[in-house]
Design a protein. Sequence first.
Length: 94
Amino acid sequence: MFMLTREENNIESGTYATKDTDGIIIVQFFVDKDDAMCYIEQLKAVDYDLHITEVPDDAIDKLCDAMGYAYSVAEPGELIFPRFENLEKILTDL
C-alpha cells in the first residue's frame, strides 16, 4: 500500500489526511502507486507538496487504529478526487 507523506519514504514526517464533515480524520491509502501519483498531481495544483511512502499492507490497521484515525483504500484504477468543498487538509503525525 502507498500513502502520501511530507517526505518521501518517511511516515514519521507526517501523513496526508482529511477531515470529513463530521470531523473524522481519514488517511488515504492506495493499492497502486500510479494512483497515488495521480492524486498527488491533483493536490499539486493547489500547492500541496507531498510524496509517496510505501507501507506494509498488514500495518495499516494497526497504524490507524493506534492513532484513532479512519482510513480509506483506493483500489487499482479507482478514480478519486480531493473534495475541497467539504474536506479539510491536515498533515498529521502518525
